[in-house]
Design a protein around this ligand. Structure first.
Ligand code: PMV
Length: 324
């Protein structure tokens, strides 16, 4: 029997999703917009097998513990139910992303799992439906169904909070990922955003301004105005981190080397190289740049970081099926 593997790429938000209006349904408090990257992805297969006692989950060839397996099982149940399937599943996933390093492995992981579950259950879901399903696994996964620039529309309810592709990013766009630390982060984005929504006095200001940032960045993308897009990206990311600093207890994912990377980006700009940074719920810094400038920028970073900490990514594609 041929094994069907689904590949999903990670995405980095230029307009961040930070905070939910419904925890259980993963409905965001605001819309967000991301760039899907080719360099980081997850390959997943799901096979139903009645000879298994229960769901069995391998990540990077390692059998996973009860907690990790339960998370996958709960997600799979969303697909098993409409398909009328009750069999246990063998789930095999390979992450080509440093797991939980703020490089959104949950985005590619849950999007690939949604795609593989769809195939195993023969549900023939559309991309939009897959985006709705992926959302239930992890908010950022909603966007990883599509390639290029993608908007996750907050919607009005669980049925219309999905992603839509905005632009295939087939222009001079790249991203240098600076892996400051690839260890698992101490506070998950789920906990971090909950704490921020509940306690940060800056949160309402964030919501007001991020809505406008989204409108403006969509205009910049339409016009292929790289500088404008970069300025909005950098400002939006910093505002998200500002809300965390205002939380109680205060939260920061930054490490000293994160600041070193941010300063280098500012320095490069002063020298006339157009590049902008953004950070997620982790210490790693992502530098949005022209693809044609990316090697030059990487070379400058290589003076302060090891080569294995520096990864150039191009815009990536949406969900796809591979056959082994
Ligand atoms: O999808 P989650 O629950 O891992 O949250 C992602 C949150 C950020 O990465 C910080 C922002 C985003 O929009 O991806």
């Amino acid at each position: 029997m041929t094994e069907k593997i689904v590949r999903a790429h990670t995405n980095i938000a230029l307009i961040k999703y930070w905070g939910k209006r419904d925890e259980a349904l993963i409905l965001p408090a605001s819309s967000s917009l991301s760039l899907t990257l080719d360099a980081f992805y997850t390959d997943t297969s799901v096979t139903f097998d009645n000879s298994l006692q229960s769901d069995t989950f391998y990540l990077n060839d390692r059998l996973q513990n009860k907690t990790a397996t339960e998370k996958v099982s709960t997600f799979l149940n969303l697909f098993r139910k409409p398909a009328g399937i009750s069999s246990p599943a063998l789930i095999k996933s390979t992450n080509f992303v440093p797991t939980a390093a703020g490089l959104a492995s949950s985005a590619s992981g849950m999007a690939a799992l949604a795609g593989a579950a769809n195939l195993a259950c023969h549900l023939q879901l559309t991309q939009r439906e897959l985006s709705l399903y992926a959302r239930r696994g992890s908010g950022s996964a909603t966007r990883s169904i599509y390639g290029g620039f993608v908007e996750w529309q907050m919607g009005t309810c669980a049925a219309d909070s999905y992603a839509v592709p905005i632009d295939d990013a087939d222009w001079d766009i790249g991203m240098l990922v600076v892996v400051v630390n690839s260890r698992k982060k101490e506070m998950s984005s789920r906990e971090g955003m909950k704490n921020t929504v509940e306690t940060s006095p800056f949160y309402t200001g964030w919501l007001d301004s991020t809505a406008n940032d989204l409108i403006e960045i969509k205009k910049a993308i339409r016009l292929q105005d790289f500088q404008k897009m970069g300025e909005i990206t950098e400002s939006n990311g910093m505002k998200m981190h500002g809300t965390m600093l205002g939380a109680n207890p205060p939260l920061s994912y930054w490490e000293p080397d994160s600041v070193v990377a941010m300063q280098l980006v500012r320095q490069l700009r002063q020298e006339g190289i157009s590049c902008y940074f953004t950070m997620d719920a982790g210490p790693n810094v992502k530098v949005l740049c022209r693809l044609t400038d990316s090697e030059k920028i990487k070379a400058r970073f290589a003076k302060q970081f090891n080569p294995e900490q520096l990864i150039i990514a191009k815009p990536g594609e949406g969900l796809k099926v591979l056959t082994k």
